[in-house]
Design a protein around this ligand. Structure first.
Ligand SMILES: Nc1nc2c(c(=O)[nH]1)N[C@H]1C(S)=C(S)[C@@H](COP(=O)(O)O)O[C@H]1N2
Ligand SMILES: [Mo]
Length: 297
């Protein structure tokens, strides 16, 4: 099985140039570099994991296309070599990380529910690490109240960024309040179904916030900034009456175009009721104590 993440190819070539390839087969070096060590999720809540082919191919990735199937096709040649993530803003220790640096964080598999505002849902085994581990490393200052995330801007790679009339404002921006970002459920994902992330799912690294609508889970991140003011997000810009900053899954608050009371799991025929905070109420409701979730949707 060939599972070397694309962003590691470069390193392998460097190894080969050093002549190590003469001693060990390139496949071996490849597999060593792609050694994706992670702690498996025992799935104690017995979530029904979605079919892999359904889950990885049913995507929203507007930079490629608003059409789900086209987005998958257009993403296949996405180049993630030499990927860098800048972590900056209100921090004592700003840093630029390569994906090799990123893979040094302790990786865990996390089986999470995932709910899109379009009312489809799935259960996905992600591989990643808690965002708070990265936050602790860069030491946010007192002024850091929010975290702002930005997707790659590259008109050569993303057809919709290059369009005469792009569908949304690019680069795609998302944000979390600091306590949301520090929550142990909040993940930076680098893998899916025990393999590196597919390009269409946000390779090489994306955010996963399982109690929020899918659009908060920003893909292909190049920048993480710590800021004082609540950042304005792409979807708020697009339609402020439809997409709030918080975007917590909430069956009682309808989107103007879609009731959020029910959802259809990928592969299912019947719908089922949507759970408050997507089933993570016990873990996260304390973050929103005293907040009006109809106003702060
Ligand atoms: N950069 C970027 N991130 C994004 C999107 C996007 O279009 N561009 N779509 C969002 C939406 S609406 C959803 S539902 C999820 C979909 O994740 P998936 O395609 O891996 O299922 O990604 C989110 N992250
Ligand atoms: Mo979505």
């Amino acid at each position: 099985m060939h599972i070397t993440p694309q962003y590691l190819y470069q390193k392998r070539r460097e190894f080969l140039k050093l002549g190590i390839g003469a001693l060990v087969s390139s496949t071996l070096i490849g597999s060593k570099l792609s050694a994706f060590n992670f702690i498996e999720d025992k799935n104690l809540n017995n979530l029904k994991v979605s079919d892999e082919e359904l889950a990885i191919n049913y995507v929203n990735f507007y930079e490629f296309s608003t059409d789900k199937r086209k987005a998958v096709a257009l993403a296949q040649n996405f180049n993630t070599q030499n990927w860098k993530i800048e972590i900056s803003g209100e921090v004592e220790k700003p840093i630029i990380l390569s994906m090799e640096d990123i893979l040094k964080f302790p990786l865990e598999e996390k089986i999470y529910r995932f709910r899109c505002v379009e009312t489809w849902s799935m259960v996905v085994p992600w591989i990643g690490f808690e965002l708070r581990q990265l936050i602790e490393k860069v030491k946010p200052t007192q002024k850091a109240k929010f975290v702002k995330f930005t997707t790659l801007l590259d008109k050569n790679q993303f057809p919709d960024q290059n369009a005469l009339f792009p569908t949304i404002d690019y680069p795609y921006v998302e944000g979390l309040r600091m306590d949301e970002a520090m929550h142990p459920l909040t993940l930076l994902a680098v893998g899916i179904y025990k393999k590196p992330l597919k390009p269409q799912n946000g390779a090489p690294i994306r955010l996963i916030v399982p109690w929020k609508y899918g659009f908060k889970s920003i893909k292909s991140i190049v920048k993480i900034e710590f800021v004082e003011k609540q950042p304005r997000t792409t979807w708020q810009n697009y339609a402020p009456n439809e997409y709030g900053f918080y975007a917590n899954v909430n069956p009682n608050v309808s989107h103007p175009r879609w009731s959020q009371a029910n959802e259809r799991a990928l592969g299912d025929f019947f719908t089922k009721p949507t759970l408050m905070f997507n089933g993570y109420e016990k873990e996260v409701s304390k973050l929103y104590k005293g907040m009006d979730l109809k106003v702060n949707f």
